[in-house]
Design a protein around this ligand. Structure first.
Ligand code: HEM
Length: 161
């Protein structure tokens, strides 16, 4: 039976659920190409927002690598979206964008970090999720203080819940 969602987040129904990566590529000009596995969860518990979490693990050993936790919101009666999130690397971000049909696009509007954060600092990133049939695609582009905006991640996920 279809889950009952708060009306404010009805436009995100297509992304609600738990997803597991089955094809990934990680890259950036300053690092060696890398592989990983990732599980992401866009969870609704009846509030007008989605609880978001991600855990990316080492492809071979399963050791945890990159983690994110956050909240995805929609401005009422619009298609404007905001993700408020924190990462285990030490940054917290506000990302804003929109939902158009089955595409969610976000770009950082604010990034903060502790005084002892590791460099290079991320100065901007963009995420895009889009659903094609039953595959959720994800692309992330990133800019740091040393490197202009370019692709860091591409992932295809299949639904597991
Ligand atoms: C919005 C999400 C992410 C941000 C902002 C981010 C940020 C960064 C930054 C700033 C670097 C260093 C680049 C440099 O030295 O020039 C980096 C490297 C790296 N990232 Fe990400 N990353 C994200 C997601 C992920 C995910 C999901 C993975 C999956 C495992 C990942 C794996 C790596 C790896 C393996 C490296 C290279 C090794 C290292 O420097 O630790 N990243 N990332």
């Amino acid at each position: 039976m279809a889950q009952k969602l708060h009306p404010n987040i009805e436009c995100l129904r297509w992304i609600v659920g738990k997803w597991e990566s089955f094809e990934v590529s990680g890259q950036y000009p300053t690092v060696k190409d890398f592989n990983f596995r990732e599980t992401i969860d866009f969870e609704s518990i009846g509030q007008p927002l989605i609880n978001y979490s991600s855990i990316a693990r080492n492809y071979e050993t399963g050791a945890p690598m990159h983690l994110e936790r956050g909240f995805l919101k929609i401005k009422p009666n619009t298609n404007e979206a905001a993700l408020i999130a924190s990462q285990n690397s030490g940054i917290s971000t506000i990302e804003e964008g929109s939902v158009e049909e089955k595409v969610l696009s976000l770009e950082t509007s604010s990034i903060c970090r502790p005084s002892f954060a590791k460099q290079p600092f991320v100065t901007k990133f963009q995420r895009k999720y889009w659903l094609e049939e039953d595959v959720l695609n994800y692309e992330q582009h990133m800019e740091t203080e040393n490197t202009p905006l370019q692709k860091h991640l591409f992932v295809k996920y299949r639904r597991i819940e």
